[in-house]
Write a protein that binds this ligand. Structure first.
Ligand code: URQ
Ligand code: ZN
Ligand code: ZN
Length: 479
């Protein structure tokens, strides 16, 4: 299967050029004019279109067992939905139960993800600690190509990592050259506020944001950043949702600390009024953590994304349908946390980012694909249109309008947080591993075609980190 994409504008994070792109054997083989290609190559007319690296969503939870139920989206349907939205790779999460061997959980997720129709990789969550976790982290990095470990600072009495686990695991990440990542909310405070609200008789979804105010995220963001600083290890904060967390990241980066931040399409666009609507099901459908924030935080996130304080965008795609959300009918703390977005992210980012002048076309590519590829050591295999890179490409039609809706989306959930929004700019064609998998609004995918992508540890960053730590360590102390 070979494809010649003719007449388009190739947009990478660093530059744009008008050029044809030839793909063969799943790779980009040539970029230029008047390319000499086999006569049987499929020719795609990309005139008037943009030829961009397929999106990378660094934060999804397909079929996650969570809060007494299982996310409704599986790896087959979720990766297909991503392709329909121009996303050609996801990084999902292996989340072991406390005391569950990491390698056992890893194999479980590998089995689930085998149905994927686009490439995928895993962050592995550290939800408990002992010597076996220490050892398994080494196996995962050195043998399985995992180079990032997640820490939930929220979800007390479930998957929350206490400070001792954070310190042990972050230090192990430093030893291995792996990136620690955090869900930064203070789980003790959330637990206290949840109990207080329930005691006051507030049981509906309107209480959800009240139980996790922005200072709860700001405290945890600062704590994780300071722990990373003390240990001399880089840090990636997922779903940064508010000014308090952005300010902590900005301060650390200003002082030269390697701290990276991600924001979600949902947090960029929605505010906490969604929780105060009279329709219980609709309010509950928006329950995720961190919650959508009061008006004002969205613009802070946009400015942080524009200014480079935040580097990546994601969705935290974690689907629960109305019947699942109803588990919390009488107690908001039992509403499974999560919303969708893997199909919507790039269209929302284009419509609110590029169409409104917040992002250039190249900056759009950077925050939807390239930066995630670089931070998680997938670049240049992923995240750019370059000879030798994977042929994961979205041919983008900046004039195409599309209405985001649960009535038409491919996501396996009965709700869309962007319901009814008409965007301008959408995928014309999506190409995954050199195959046309989405065209004319139709998916053409093969179950299991997705590959598990190994991500090596970070030699360059961590060599620099080690040198810096040595040169700044107190005399006689090996950091
Ligand atoms: O916290 C997460 O990232 C997972 C459990 C998805 N749910 C959510 O509310 N964000
Ligand atoms: Zn989270
Ligand atoms: Zn998540």
């Amino acid at each position: 299967m070979s494809v010649l994409i003719k007449g388009g504008k190739v947009v990478n994070a660093d530059q744009s050029i008008f050029a044809d792109v030839y793909c063969e054997g799943g790779l980009i083989k040539a970029i230029g004019q008047d390319l000499d290609v086999p006569s049987d190559a499929e020719v795609i007319d990309a005139s008037g279109k943009l030829v961009m690296p397929g999106g990378i969503d660094p934060h999804t939870h397909m079929q996650l067992p969570f809060m007494g139920t299982v996310a409704s989206e599986d790896f087959y349907s979720g990766t297909a939905a991503g392709l329909a939205g121009g996303t050609t790779m996801i990084i999902d999460f292996v989340i072991p139960n406390p005391q569950q061997p990491l390698m056992e959980a890893y194999q479980t997720w590998k089995d689930w993800a085998a149905r994927s129709v686009c490439d995928y990789s895993f962050h592995v969550a550290i939800t408990w600690w002992d010597d076996s976790v220490y050892q398994d982290m080494g196996t995962l990095v050195n043998q399985e190509g995992v180079n990032s470990f997640k820490h939930f600072m929220a979800y007390k009495n479930a998957i929350m990592a206490e400070d001792e686990t954070l310190v042990n695991s972050f230090n192990r990440c430093l030893e291995l050259g792996a990136m620690p990542t955090v869900h930064a909310e203070n789980g003790e405070l959330v637990d206290h506020l949840q109990k207080k609200l329930l005691k006051a008789g507030l049981t509906g979804p309107e209480a959800h944001p009240l139980s996790r105010p922005t200072e709860v995220e700001g405290e945890a963001a600062n704590r994780a950043i300071r722990i990373a600083q003390s240990l001399g290890v880089p840090l990636y904060l997922v779903h940064v949702s508010c000014k308090e967390a952005v300010d902590e990241i900005a301060r650390a980066r200003h002082e030269g600390q390697r701290v990276y931040g991600e924001c979600l399409a949902g947090h960029l666009e929605l505010d906490d009024s969604v929780y105060r609507q009279s329709n219980w099901a609709s309010a509950a459908a928006h329950v995720m953590s961190p919650p959508f924030r009061p008006k004002g935080h969205q613009e802070v996130l946009w400015k942080a994304l524009q200014g480079g304080t935040l580097q990546t965008t994601a969705t935290d795609h974690c689907c629960f349908c109305a019947d699942q959300k109803a588990n919390g009918k009488d107690d908001f703390t039992k509403i499974p946390n999560g919303t969708a977005g893997v199909e919507d992210r790039m269209m929302v980012l284009w419509d609110s980012g590029v169409n409104k002048g917040r992002l250039s076309e190249s900056e759009f590519v950077a925050v939807t694909s390239t930066n995630s590829a670089k931070i998680f050591n997938l670049y240049p295999q992923k995240g750019c249109i370059a000879v030798g890179s994977d042929a994961d490409i979205v041919i983008w039609d900046p004039t195409k309008t599309h209405t985001l809706s649960a009535k038409t989306h491919h996501q396996k959930i009965d709700f869309n947080i962007f319901e009814g929004r008409t965007v301008q700019g959408a995928p014309h064609i999506t190409i995954s591993q050199g195959n046309v998998v989405f065209k004319n609004g139709q998916l053409n995918v093969v179950e299991g075609a997705g590959r598990y992508i190994k991500r090596p540890a970070f030699p360059s960053i961590f060599e620099a980190v080690q040198k810096y730590n040595q040169s700044h360590a107190p005399v006689g102390i090996e950091r």
